[in-house]
Ligand binder design. Structure first.
Ligand code: FAD
Ligand code: DHB
Length: 391
């Protein structure tokens, strides 16, 4: 099979890139290891930055998002006996929207299906070849177990944190940075109306807790747990007790409403950046190039920002023979990547508790500053609500 752009991975980065390329008149084929059903059911992120919402709307993916997404002005930051609202709209003029990654994935899936996009699901043994030449190709085994080959002018690795693309950048040409954290998130989806109008990020001596939501009847919660946590050790009752304690049930009349848990999982946390995000005719986008801990709600938004830069760069390269924007892609994308890497680390280390009593005092001091100084609040708001595409 031959196409102009071979895209590895049908997550948000891969599908949105195929959508943006199609709008430029560039044909692509997407290869994906999982099934469409699996990809659309994966519960992950839930917060869209203003610029993500604007981009999805501009490219015709905003109808359900406008109808079902829930616009939030800001977030609550709290520690025992204190809860403060940070109003992003007042501070920066920008808001965020609660809309699950599952829904973004479904909207993309439907739009690509309607456009006749070729997406090959259920592939295995994906391997990249000759990416240093102008005739790169990808080999894989198809869903029926047959070996297959996809020839292209460009290969884009949108294959997330475990895909093969990032390792296809020659070792001598790549640099990586990473940070492991000694904790994970236990995430649960609950069939209960949210107990708050906007997200609550809670510092607590027992560990961080986050109250998020998906709709008027579905809540999403996260608890800081040790990195090696076995989910079997967390009964539903233990989870609700920990959420109630950390989120401050009973304080100042606030109540946490419990309900049936629909899903539970443990998410490891790490920071990772590989640069450059381009090597010859191979480009990386999204989690394939960078991973952030989820505390700043940046992973999905970064994936969208990458492909928003990459699509016009590939259009210039493939339609006009102009290599300039493609050559500038990596540096331009990494500017935002490092900003979000720092912000995600900063939010994470401000809110997750550890053993060191000195760190605890620094965290509380930082929380007090962020919630009492306009400069402090504005820094958080600007980063959380998101910088404009092209920052
Ligand atoms: P992905 O969504 O990971 O998509 C990559 C795709 O490539 C996948 O569909 C994968 O199956 C496919 N693939 C992998 N290998 C191959 C291969 N060899 N061949 C073909 N296809 C392949 N962010 C937040 O902001 N908040 C959260 O709460 C949050 N929770 C998360 C929970 C989990 C378990 C994970 C993994 C991520 C979470 N994230 C969260 C991060 C966010 O979901 C990601 O940043 C976002 O999905 C990135 O999109 P992507 O398209 O780059 O990668
Ligand atoms: C959600 C996930 C996040 O990582 C975050 O910071 C806020 C909300 C969520 O899944 O709703």
């Amino acid at each position: 099979m031959r196409t102009r752009v071979a895209i590895i991975g049908a997550g948000p980065a891969g599908l949105l890139l195929s959508h943006l390329l199609d709008a430029e008149g560039i044909e692509s084929v997407v290869l994906e290891t999982r099934t469409r059903e699996y990809v659309e059911a994966r519960i992950r992120a839930g917060i869209l930055e203003q610029s993500t919402v604007d981009l999805l709307t501009e490219v015709g993916l905003g109808a359900r998002l406008a109808a079902e997404g829930d616009r939030h002005r800001g977030i609550y930051l709290q520690w025992p006996h204190e809860r403060h609202h940070i109003d992003f709209v007042e501070l920066t003029g920008r808001a965020v929207t609660v809309y699950g990654q599952t829904e973004v994935q479904k909207d993309l899936g439907r739009a690509r299906e309607a456009a006749g996009q070729q997406i090959v699901y259920g592939v295995s043994e994906t391997a990249l070849h000759d990416v240093g030449t102008e005739r790169p190709f990808v080999t894989y085994t198809d869903n029926d177990g047959r070996p297959a080959r996809l020839d292209a002018e460009v290969v884009v690795g949108c294959d997330g944190s475990f895909g093969p693309s990032r390792a296809a950048v020659p070792e001598a040409a790549r640099q990586t940075w990473q940070r492991a954290y000694p904790y994970s998130w236990l995430g649960v989806l609950a069939e209960v109306a949210p107990s708050t109008d906007e997200l609550i990020y809670a510092w607590h001596p027992d560990g961080f807790a986050l109250h998020s939501m998906r709709s008027a009847s579905i809540s999403r919660f996260y608890l800081q747990v040790p990195a090696d946590t076995d989910i079997a050790a967390w009964s539903d009752q233990r989870i609700w007790d920990a959420l109630a304690a950390r989120l401050g049930h009973g304080q100042d009349g606030w109540r946490l409403n419990p309900g049936p848990l629909l899903e539970k999982s443990v998410l490891p946390m790490r920071s990772f950046v590989q640069q450059p995000m381009r090597s010859g005719r191979l480009f990386l986008a999204g989690d394939a190039a960078h991973i952030v801990p989820p505390t700043g709600a940046k992973g999905l938004n970064l994936a969208v920002a990458d492909v928003a830069l990459l699509a016009p760069a590939l259009a210039a390269l493939l339609l006009k023979g102009d290599p300039g924007p493609a050559e500038a892609y990596s540096a331009a994308a990494l500017r935002r990547v490092w900003r979000c890497t720092h912000f995600s680390w900063w939010m994470t280390t401000m809110l997750h508790t550890g053993e060191d009593p000195f760190d605890t005092q620094l965290q509380l001091s930082q929380l007090k500053w962020v919630t009492s100084s306009e400069a402090g609040a504005k820094g958080l708001a600007e980063n959380y609500a998101g910088l404009p595409i092209g920052f």
